[in-house]
Design a protein around this ligand. Sequence first.
Ligand SMILES: Cc1cc2nc3c(=O)[nH]c(=O)nc-3n(C[C@H](O)[C@H](O)[C@H](O)COP(=O)(O)OP(=O)(O)OC[C@H]3O[C@@H](n4cnc5c(N)ncnc54)[C@H](O)[C@@H]3O)c2cc1C
Length: 465
Amino acid sequence: MAAARRLVVIGGDAAGMAAASRARRLLGPDELEITAFERGGFTSYSACGIPYWIGGDVGSRDALIARSPEEHRARGIDLRLHTEVTAIDPERRRVRTGPASGGAEAAGQWTDFDDLVIATGARPLRPGLPGIDAPGVHGVQSLDDGQALLDTLEGLGPRARRAVVVGAGYIGVEMAEALVKRGFQVTVLDRAAQPMTTLDPDMGTLVHEAMDGMGIEVVTGAAVTGIRTGPDGRADAVRTESATYPADVVVLGLGVRPETGLAREAGLPLGESGGLLTDLAMRVRGHEHIWAGGDCVEVLDLVSGRTRHIALGTHANKHGQIIGANIGGDYATFPGVVGTAVSKVCDLEIARTGLLERQAADLGLRFVTVTADSTSRAGYYPKAATMRVKMLAERRTGRLLGTQIVGREGAGKRVDIAAVALTAGMTVEAMTALDLGYAPPFSPVWDPVLVAARKATAAVREDAD
Ligand SMILES: Cc1cc2nc3c(=O)[nH]c(=O)nc-3n(C[C@H](O)[C@H](O)[C@H](O)COP(=O)(O)OP(=O)(O)OC[C@H]3O[C@@H](n4cnc5c(N)ncnc54)[C@H](O)[C@@H]3O)c2cc1C
């Protein structure tokens, strides 16, 4: 009998374990040996759930683990926790491993592969500011990070009530909510002019105003210069160029970069944002037996036609499935993304898909922009909540280019209508005829997205006159 092919996976979370699991479903252990290396102590966990665990909506860390190491092992995956891959040798098809913290693996061991999956995720930005490594300063990238933050919060005395979040992107605002829920007075600092730079500034202003209304202090145009520490060496304030913000705990949400140091050293192709470049089957360009997916790759943006780095779990899981299918002898591709994202801060829902104004302008596109205020349910129905929908449509053609939504309950996931329309290349006029469900508890007779599409259709026509 022919020896089993050897699959090596680097990274034990969404992309890596989805690839390993899918390949295992297609090929048994006699056909494919699977070894997965993970430098941490967890597998298949939902980092997306960390803010809700910290905030108390999710009762335990274990609830965020979709599949434990034992479950993977029971399915015939040789999982090596606390083991770091320290080099990739594409020519000789092997990886070198060493112990990560808490690991017992001997340093410098080589493992051969027939196929390799790189699923090393992303690395949170942690600028080299004074005091950044002081106790009391926390990232929230992994379950270990989440646990360390919870330990800090639980160890603070009853008089400790001030939290500073650095960064007002989606992780920053979700963490602001979590800390509010734990009874902290929260300040969010960001050097940009508005929170949520994934939105246009006018829509970011809505988020700013709503957060102010929730009692969350949002300070924009505030570049952090350092973390002040007290006599005990713990963080006790965050400094910007113009002010000092007292803090019992500091949370960093400054964004991420693809974790591709190993890939770079191995000479694998990287894009402008430092993410691995793959073909549509998620195979690393120019390398027949090396695959990559999740936060360590760049993806094709179907609206702009360019590759971008977008770190989202929804993509990572799909990439893993596709890689596993291809390794397992099936066939699947990842066509690209339209840039859809949804998040919330307390009862405010924030969503976007497609291009922002500045992105469309950078591409040389000419477009019209409309905003429409509407409600989540029929205006007369109880709990009808307001929302604003902003829509960009190309001049002349009327092609939908992007949509942003800010509003209360029922606002965020409406962006999916626009995501489907973008994927299908629809015009805003064609969108107005979409047969969406209607009953007063669910929407006004014209759904807010269709109200915006109607306005955008009129704007495209006027612009042509
Ligand atoms: C707080 C937070 C909230 C989020 N919320 C959302 C959300 O609401 N929606 C959404 O779509 N996405 C969200 N995300 C993003 C989502 O969690 C990531 O996109 C997803 O986890 C990416 O999966 P991945 O497998 O590519 O990488 P990761 O989850 O980062 O996993 C990579 C793994 O590789 C391991 N590793 C790296 N290098 C090595 C090495 N050399 N050797 C061995 N192991 C290595 C790491 O330890 C890690 O476990 C959130 C992320 C965070 C942090």
